[in-house]
Design a protein around this ligand. Structure first.
Ligand code: NAI
Length: 338
C-alpha cells in the first residue's frame, strides 16, 4: 500500500502521550500515513521560539492533511491561538463535530448528530480593541464580527452536501437573527435559500441558538445535522460533546479547500499531563475521521469497531470514563482488539 503523506503535530500537555497511542495504533493498521512530525504551540515556543514555525506550515501545505494534538493557548495576553491561526492560514472553513454515543447507560442514549460550525467568520474574526477613559487604558472593550454571504453559502453547502453523502435527513440552521439581525440574519437567509436546492433530499428547519441549547438538553434526538456560525458552533459543539459523555470521546475535523486538520475536541488537559491518565479515544476517533477523509473508510471502520469493543464490551476505560486504565493500558487493549 502506498503511504499517504501527512503531518503529525504532537501538541502540548497530554498531546504527546495520546499521540504515542495513535502512532502505535496506526502501525497496527498497516501504517497508512507517512508522518512528517512537526511542532506547534507551547512546545514550539520552547524549541523554535515561535508557536507556529514556518516548517510546520510548509509541511501542511505539502501534505494537505494533518493530525494535531491539543495546543495550549494562554488566556488573555500571550500569543494568538495557533488553532485559529491554522484555520485562517489554510482557510479551514468547516469544523465538523460528530457526536455519537459510544458508552451506553449514560444520561442520554443513542445520540447520533453532527454539528457543522463555520470556522473563519463571525465574532471569531476578533477585531478587538480597548478604549481608554481617563487613566484606565482598558475602560471599554470592543469586538466586531462579520459574516459574508459567500462564507455563509460555503458552510451551508458543506452541511447539506455532508447530509446527502452520509444519508442524513435534516439540516437545522442555528442563528440569532431575532437580535443580531444583520450578522446572523444573512446566515439564516442563505440557509433558507439553499434549502430549496435540496428539497426532497434533505429537510431544513431553523432554531434560535438559545432555544437550540435548551432543546439539545431536553430532546437531542430531534436533531440530525446542525449548521451554525462560529461562536455559537464553538459553544454548542462542547454541549453535544457533553451529551455523549464528555470531551474524552469527541473528535473534530477542520476542513477547507486546501487542507484538512483532524483533532480531538478537548484541550491539552495540563492538570493530568504526564501522569499516564489521558484518554486517547477522542484523538483516535479523530484519526478514524482522517482515515475516512483520505478514502480509507475500511480502516476507519476497523478502528471505530476496535474502540467500541474496547470501551463498551471489554469495559477498558480511563479515569475520565469512570475506569482505572492508564493511557498505555488502554492502548494495549485497543491493539488487542485490532
Ligand atoms: P481541556 O479540554 O484541556 O480540559 C478540561 C477537563 O477535561 C480537564 O479536567 C481535563 O483533565 C479533562 N480532559 C480533557 N481531555 C482529556 C482526555 N483526553 N483524557 C482525560 N481527561 C481529559 O480544557 P481546558 O482545561 O479548558 O484547556 C486547557 C488548554 O487547552 C488551554 O490552554 C486551552 O486553550 C487549550 N485547548 C486547546 C484546544 C485545541 O488545541 N483544539 C481545544 C480546547 C482547549
Amino acid at each position: 500500500m502506498t503511504q499517504i503523506p501527512a503531518t503529525l503535530i504532537p501538541g502540548d500537555g497530554i498531546g504527546p502521550e495520546i499521540m504515542q497511542s495513535v502512532r502505535a495504533i496506526f502501525t497496527a493498521l498497516g501504517d497508512p500515513f507517512a508522518w512528517d512530525e512537526q511542532p506547534a504551540g507551547m512546545a514550539a515556543i520552547t524549541t523554535h521560539g515561535d508557536p507556529l514555525p514556518p516548517a510546520t506550515l510548509d509541511s501542511i501545505r505539502r501534505t494537505r492533511l494533518a493530525l494535531k494534538g491539543p495546543l495550549t493557548t494562554p488566556v488573555g495576553g500571550g500569543f494568538k491561538s495557533v488553532n485559529v491561526e491554522l484555520r485562517k492560514h489554510f482557510e479551514l472553513y468547516a469544523n465538523l463535530r460528530p457526536a455519537v454515543t459510544l458508552i451506553p447507560g449514560q444520561r442520554y442514549e443513542n445520540i447520533d448528530l453532527v454539528l457543522v460550525r463555520e470556522n473563519l467568520e463571525g465574532f471569531y474574526a476578533a477585531f478587538e480593541h480597548y478604549l481608554p477613559i481617563e487613566d484606565d487604558p482598558k475602560a471599554v472593550a470592543f469586538s466586531g464580527g462579520f459574516n459574508t454571504k459567500a462564507g455563509c453559502k460555503r458552510i451551508l453547502r458543506f452541511a447539506f452536501e455532508y447530509a446527502v453523502a452520509h444519508g442524513r435527513k435534516k439540516v437545522t440552521v442555528v442563528h440569532k437573527a431575532n437580535i443580531l439581525k444583520a450578522l446572523t440574519g444573512i446566515f439564516l437567509d442563505a440557509g433558507r435559500e439553499m434549502a430549496h436546492e435540496y428539497e426532497g433530499r434533505v429537510a431544513m428547519d431553523d432554531r434560535i441558538v438559545d432555544a437550540c441549547a435548551m432543546q439539545l438538553v431536553l430532546n437531542p434526538w430531534q436533531f440530525d445535522v446542525i449548521v451554525t456560525t462560529n461562536l455559537f458552533g464553538d459553544i454548542l459543539s462542547d454541549l453535544i460533546a457533553g451529551l455523549i459523555g464528555g470531551l474524552g470521546l469527541a473528535p473534530g475535523a477542520n476542513i477547507g479547500a486546501h487542507a484538512a486538520i483532524f483533532e480531538a475536541v478537548h484541550g491539552s488537559a495540563p492538570d493530568i499531563a504526564n501522569k499516564g491518565l489521558a484518554n486517547p479515544v477522542a484523538l483516535l476517533m479523530a484519526s478514524a475521521l482522517m482515515l475516512d477523509h483520505a478514502g480509507l473508510r475500511r480502516s476507519g471502520d476497523r478502528l471505530r469497531a476496535a474502540l467500541h469493543a474496547t470501551v463498551v464490551t471489554d469495559k477498558v476505560r480511563t479515569r475520565d470514563l469512570g475506569g482505572e486504565a492508564t493511557t498505555s493500558e488502554m492502548t494495549t487493549a485497543i491493539l488487542a482488539r485490532l
